[in-house]
Ligand binder design. Sequence first.
Ligand code: PLP
Length: 434
Amino acid sequence: MNDEFKPDHTFGFHTRAIHAGARPEPSTGARAIPIYQTSSYVFEDPESAAAYFNLQEYGNTYSRIMNPTVASLEERLSNLDGGIGAVAFASGMAAQSAALFTLLTPGDHMVASSALYGGTVTQLKHLSRKLAVDLTFVDPDDLSAWRKALTDQTKILYAETIGNPAGNILDIEAVAVIAKDAGIPLMVDNTFATPYLCRPIEWGADIVVYSVTKFLGGHGTSIGGAVVDSGEFDWSNGNFPIVADPSPAYHELEFHETFGGYGYLMKLRAETLRDLGGAMSPFNAFLFLQGLETLPLRMDRHVGNALAVAKWLGERDDVSAVRHPAMNPKYCALVAKYLPKGAGAVFCFDLEGGREAGQDFIRGTRLFSHLANVGDAKSLIIHPASTTHRQLNDEELAAAGIGPGTIRLSIGIEDADDLIWDLEQGFARIGTQQ
Ligand SMILES: *Cc1c(COP(=O)(O)O)cnc(C)c1O
């Protein structure tokens, strides 16, 4: 935003999705944010170079650590989410691992929802083994399970706003209270909701992580991730010497003492991003900025189309269940509280038939793209039992909440009538074995 805007005015979400983090480029007047396709930056003089490396002044040094195009995306995303800042990464996976790596040390414990994105479950198991961190999965709907899982070593609670495949809606405020009582942060993956549908920080979450690849980018063109910090967590409470004490990884800098609310974000960037190196490319940041401009328009349409398709599926005899959160009595109150604009556009439904019915159904659809992604403008379809969960037998599938005839949809922004027409072709194909 430029300086002529009245500082006492609060801008709405649509305006901020277009203007936050964006200024006309001063030397050329370019209105769109340029792609600063540069690895490094010329220092003005030796003193300012030294100040940047000492973190005494904030300035560009090298694009693994920061880049002006990426910085615009970070500022816009943090603004939309109500955070104090953000750090972007090369992927959602890179953002999550960096967010956790910054806080965890051997002997620590973390508690995570059992209804997470499959890649995250694998990542948490792998990361905890490598870092010698204990990991407990809990049913995210069971508040007493979160509390019971806590130990003196627990450092993080981790969950998703909208889980998968059952469409669990997290009671963010209640789990945030449990985290607060324990003096530890609640980290929430808000990828399926986006800041347009839900802002976890407003409900007490401390750190929000995103796969920007999905709805935020919105067009299935690029891989990216981000960590947004509320700035509210007190890292000097005794539980996080890793943020509060002098850091041997940054010439004994005390991140919390020096940067206050920005301590965690500075450590995430200056140490973890520096050392693990999963930086977002400026070109991808540019594409994500274009995506964010239309986020609210797209999300309204994703949500409306998804509900229309889910209701149509719910009326069919050959569908045994539609697992859309807004249609599940268990989650209605939580949807009304946390997701009043809609419960996203990714959901599963179960075909009466088994694996063969699922595969036939996929063969019958044409407009839906058969692939392993979510959050594209295009509608996407996958049959987990023959793809992402292929290695599992029926019992293991059941434990993951997936039936042999479960189909997952990510509903795009086409015409709902056309999506329903396409799904009809899928139903017509069942039993034809071709
Ligand atoms: C896709 C996804 C991720 C991983 O993000 P990538 O950008 O693919 O690395 C994490 N969490 C959720 C909920 C996702 O959908």
